[in-house]
Design a binder for this molecule. Structure first.
Ligand code: ADP
Ligand code: MG
Length: 249
């Protein structure tokens, strides 16, 4: 894995005169795990919306694996290898954990591979290794409806990974989770980081500390600063931005 997976140049998103993103510059290496933090309204979700093609930028460029995503439709960007995990889990509640994963693994198969019986064991292995990765082997035959919230999050992350994305975008994966579930999701993301490029957006500072390598702080639609957790936490600009928010609340 070499080079940049994502490069963003002078990105501005203007919503009727309000700049949700304002001349934002960002880049990350292939294979990197990057955490993005920032106060409410900083533009974090809009940032992901632009990368996935849901929102078109007013100005600037998004370059994914060296290709400009300008005017590329959402479904095509997903096909190019960007997978997004939304805040609320989107799994099939009436299916078991295994069936949810089967569904995705089957979708990937083409007409030719279904003609060969040999593809079946391989697919089973895929599902088994995914179950192991997300730590849900013991619950493989349980309906997803009966999973704890954190387990649902892990299942959905597993379903994303099954699609072999080159870049995984994860928006607030531990909102509303117990401490134990938060730690499990953190361990899963760290394990996946060994072989994926991942952007995690998060509010929960405990969690950020658990997984963070390089952190980018967004504020008012721009990058305020970047660095490791210690550098970012001790940056007077970051302290000011977060303290300002606490006073408002
Ligand atoms: P964050 O995820 O960091 O909390 P968002 O990206 O959701 O921030 O929002 C950034 C700012 O843009 C907020 O002030 C929000 O109200 C505004 N915003 C987001 N989406 C829209 C939209 N579709 N139209 C107008 N304003 C929007
Ligand atoms: Mg948000």
């Amino acid at each position: 894995m070499e080079g940049k997976v994502l490069e963003i140049e002078d990105l501005t998103v203007n919503f009727d005169g309000f700049k949700a993103l304002n001349n934002l510059n960002f880049s990350m290496d292939t294979g990197e795990l990057r955490v993005i933090i920032g106060p409410n309204g900083a533009g974090k979700t809009t940032f992901l919306d632009v990368i996935t093609g849901k929102v078109q930028p007013t100005e600037g460029r998004v370059i994914f694996k060296g290709r400009n995503l300008r005017r590329t439709p959402e479904y095509q960007i997903a096909r190019m290898g960007i997978g997004r995990k939304f805040q609320t889990p989107r799994v099939y509640l009436n299916l078991t954990v295994r069936e949810n994963l089967d569904l995705i693994c089957n979708k990937k198969k083409n007409v030719f591979s279904t003609l060969f019986a040999g593809s079946v064991p391989e697919e089973k292995r895929n599902v088994l290794s995914l179950l192991e990765t997300i730590g849900l082997e013991a619950k493989a035959d349980l309906q997803a409806a009966f999973l704890a919230h954190g387990e649902k999050q892990r299942l959905e992350i597993g379903m994303l990974v099954a699609q072999s994305p080159d870049l995984l975008l994860v928006d607030e994966p531990v909102a509303g989770l117990t401490d134990e579930e938060t730690e499990n999701v953190g361990s899963l993301l760290l394990a996946l980081a060994a072989s994926h490029s991942i952007i995690v957006i998060e509010h929960d500072m405990e969690f950020v500390r658990q997984i963070a390598r390089k952190v980018t702080v967004l504020h008012q639609g721009s990058v305020l600063c970047e660095g490791n957790m210690d550098e970012v936490q001790n940056d007077p600009r970051v302290i000011e931005v977060y303290l300002g928010q606490q006073e408002e609340e």
